[in-house]
Every structure is written in structure tokens, then in C-alpha cells.
Design a protein around this ligand. Structure first.
Ligand code: KIV
Length: 266
């Protein structure tokens, strides 16, 4: 069956129709072809590559050059999926730098959308990107680029004050022009509330079953992480090969079988 090209508009239509959006990270052309074969709508070249490809302790050392290199490789394997590339740490510390970095990820890497972490502090950069027709994905909740400030990879928004702040940031990001939002490691109820309040698609990772879609790190969901976080499910089991595991992930997201309470936070 031939697949349609996925655009910002098709993702909005999926949200309106209540169809779940499947997102997976990829860092090279070969995995990208397999992800395409599984019909996954969005491919994220995450700066998680610093940890899963480079073996770093965090995403902080990843450079813009490395992001462009991996995005270009993924773009060669891409067919229909929307290609999102992470803006690495310090590559969007001013609106003009954000424009420069996003421009390179799109022109040299072939990205269709760029992702950046943070709330109110990023509004000016987001406005400028949006004004130049650059699609942007926000990222709230657990912000891996702020791991040292947060004091570790921990659930965010459990306190009422923090939850209110994340909700307010989500609203501000949408107003500033983001086209999609990733919510990482927040309680189910908060994610459900934000998903209902926003008109843009909200993609969860450790954010419960009520988001508009789900994202996982590819290497986590095929069991390559010896210490996976609670929200990860290994789909490569029971004699499945990698292609079957990717398909099982897509099917489980679409049917709402993933994530369950076991992969979520209260
Ligand atoms: O870098 C990454 O892979 C991400 C996902 C975890 C959402 O940002």
C-alpha cells in the first residue's frame, strides 16, 4: 500500500480525527528505511544520539555538525515520514543563533521541523523561526539538556506549582507558533490536560496514554539499553525480528495498547 507524505497539516488532521501519531528516533539510513516500512509517521533525529550512539553520559556534548550529519543520513532513508531534528544544547541560546542552527539542519540535513527544549525562555526564538516558515516542535517536562539543573532524569510536574508552570509554558509555546509538542516524564493527568487544552499534536514519552501520539528512543524499544527507564517497553522479544518489533510498536501505539500504567507516572 502506498503511503502519503506526512506534513504538519496531516498531523493536525490526525489529532482532530483522534488517530494516534507514532514517532520514533532514528540516526541512520538503514533503520530509517525499516521505520518507514512500519508506517511510522514522524522520525526524530534526537540528540539522544549522544547517549545511544556515542556512549556519552548526557546529550550535552552533541554538536550541531553531528546533528546535521545524522539528519542527512536519515534523510537518505526517508520516504514519507516527517523528519524532525533536535537542536543541540547551546545551538539556540539566542534567537539569531536559533535561526542559523535551524537553517543548517534544514538546508544541509534535510530536516522538515526542528525541536528545542524549554518554555518561556524560548518564546522569542520560536516566534522568529515560525515567522520564517520553519516548523518547530517544543519539548517540556523532563528536559534532558537541563539535566544538571534538574538534578537528574526525574519525573516533572508532580507538585501543583510545577504542573501549573508546565501547563502555562505549553500554552505559551503554542501561541508563539510551535507546531507540535513533546511532553517527557510527566504524570498522566497533567499530560491528558495539556493534550486536551492544545490544538497542536502532543507527543508523549513517559507521559501516559492520553497524548495524541507516542515517541520512544529506537535503541530503547529494541532492548539495547541495559537500564531502560520505566516508560520504555522492549518490543523485540518472543522471536520477533527488528522489522516485526517496529511494526508491533506502531500497532500498539495506534490501538492504545502502549503505554499502559506500567510505563506511566501518577
Ligand atoms: O533526543 C531524543 O531522542 C528526544 C526524545 C526522547 C523525545 O528528545
Amino acid at each position: 500500500m502506498s503511503r502519503r507524505n506526512i506534513t504538519v497539516r496531516s498531523l493536525l488532521e490526525m489529532k482532530s480525527a483522534g488517530e494516534k501519531i507514532c514517532v520514533l528516533t532514528s540516526y541512520d539510513a538503514s533503520f530509517t528505511r525499516m521505520i518507514e516500512a512500519a508506517g511510522i509517521e514522524v522520525i526524530l533525529v534526537g540528540d539522544s544520539l549522544g547517549m545511544v550512539i556515542q556512549g556519552q553520559e548526557s546529550t550535552l556534548p552533541v554538536t550541531l555538525e553531528e546533528m546535521i550529519y545524522h539528519t542527512r543520513n536519515v534523510a537518505r532513508g526517508r520516504e514519507c515520514a516527517l523528519l524532525v531534528a533536535d537542536m543541540p544544547f547551546m545551538s539556540y541560546r539566542s534567537p539569531s543563533l536559533a535561526m542559523e542552527s535551524a537553517g543548517r539542519l534544514m538546508k544541509e540535513g534535510g530536516a522538515h521541523m526542528v525541536k528545542l527544549e524549554g518554555g518561556a525562555a524560548q518564546l522569542e526564538a520560536i516566534r522568529q523561526l515560525a515567522s520564517q516558515g520553519i516548523p518547530v516542535c517544543g519539548h517540556l517536562g523532563l528536559l534532558p539538556q537541563s539535566v544538571h539543573k534538574l538534578g537528574g532524569y526525574r519525573v516533572q510536574g508532580r507538585e501543583q506549582r510545577d504542573a501549573t508552570l508546565i501547563r502555562e509554558d505549553a500554552r505559551l509555546l503554542q501561541e508563539a507558533g510551535v507546531d507540535m509538542l513533546v511532553l517527557e516524564c510527566v504524570p498522566n493527568q497533567l499530560a491528558a490536560q495539556i493534550t486536551a487544552e492544545l490544538s497542536i499534536p502532543v507527543i508523549g514519552i513517559g507521559a501516559g496514554p492520553d497524548c495524541d501520539g507516542q515517541v520512544l528512543v529506537l535503541y530503547d524499544m529494541i532492548g539495547l539499553n541495559p537500564n531502560p527507564p520505566r516508560f520504555v517497553k522492549n518490543f523485540l522479544h518472543s522471536g520477533r525480528n527488528i522489522q516485526e518489533a517496529l511494526q508491533a510498536y506502531a500497532d500498539a501505539v495506534r490501538s492504545g495498547e502502549f503505554p499502559t500504567a506500567e510505563h506511566s507516572f501518577k
